[in-house]
Design a binder for this molecule. Sequence first.
Ligand code: S3P
Ligand code: PEP
Length: 431
Amino acid sequence: MKQKKLMTQIPALNGEVIIPGDKSISHRSIMFGAIAEGRTVVSNFLMGEDCLSTISCFKKLGVEIEQTKHEVIINGKGLNGLKEPSEILNVGNSGTTIRLILGILSGRPFHSVLIGDESIGKRPMTRVTNPLRQLGATIHGRRNAEFTPLSVTGGNLTGTTYKLPVASAQVKSALLFAGLQAEGKTTILEPEKTRDHTERMIRTFGGKVTEENDAVIIEGGQSLRGTNIHVPGDISSAAFFMVAGAIVPNSEIKLKNVGLNHTRTGIIDVMKQMGADMEIIPAFTKEDEEPIGDIIIRTSSLKGTTISGALIPRLIDEIPIIALLATQAEGRTVIKDAEELKVKETNRIDTVVNELSQLGADIEATPDGMIVTGKKELKGGSAVSSHGDHRIGMMLAIAAAICDEEVLLENEEAISVSYPNFFTHLENLID
Ligand SMILES: O=C(O)C1=C[C@@H](OP(=O)(O)O)[C@@H](O)[C@H](O)C1
Ligand SMILES: C=C(OP(=O)(O)O)C(=O)O
């Protein structure tokens, strides 16, 4: 097994990072561009493996997509322009791709087959396949369409009301894509508010969606128009440098061009609550546009906190790196209501607890989260693994920065799923 020697005992991190494009928004820009009529030009698109899987699937559905150095151009021909694929659609490692595309394919009157990698093969799909069947799609797959490979034959959908059993933007978005193609109205009820990039993008592409308390409502039969999309920097990628700046001594990092959508900024609230020395400098954006700004973070003296309830969907992908932050905070940090972590690229409760324990952290798993006791010096002196999970790999690279002894990382390639230039950006911050 190939191992990467991580940088340890980093004395300081200083400088700026231009954070690469948001993964969630990049996926959606391709999907909406593909089903809209006319040309869509996407700038600051994330060229990470997951988003490239989305492009590959839509090319197989007959959509013309051109990639230049700085832009992705999609020549959409509307929903009816999508063609039955003669090849299997491979989503790679991307849960967002498979769950959202299922919503689109559910309304298309043809047959498609979907597969992904080993991790995707273990992730639950009935959370989307069941409600999509309720709208009228025919979906088959292992264990009654819980696991890939999946096949879909779509068309003739009827709008419905569906109450999400778990807070999931992927399920909500799949239902919005299906609802756009259904007869009548589709109402989606969320237990907690989740990221609203799909709702915003429907409006940007000229469509209509209503949000009332915990309900999101869409009328079927709408057609969308191609447009220009500028993808903000991904706060889930910025999170690794926010934590690095706070825990590495003598540091000050400016993170440029970060998406500051309220449904994604839970980590900012938590870090402020823990006492982080940070500044947020919002840029001017129009209503309905994704909010954006810069974040400055400095070495901080931190205290433990409790993270639960409605905050969880606002920082779900940041929990691995927040767990590392908590090891450097005085007192206990309790993370609860986060069972969803078990069904990500890995079981992130287990991988975070096991890998951080290896480095010397005081951390224990609970049924719905974890408890971290700080402040604990991390020693290192061991081999750790991403287990094929990009966010675990990046969290471990930042943990190594404060370790005294050697840390070797197995499976570093996983990081290219969401942040191909991660190590270059980290190295550029070292004086
Ligand atoms: O809609 C999205 O783009 C995403 C939603 C979240 O998943 P869930 O919907 O499963 O919570 C998140 O973990 C994932 O990284 C991206
Ligand atoms: C869970 C994630 O992504 P996805 O569900 O798209 O695989 C993630 O990026 O942390």
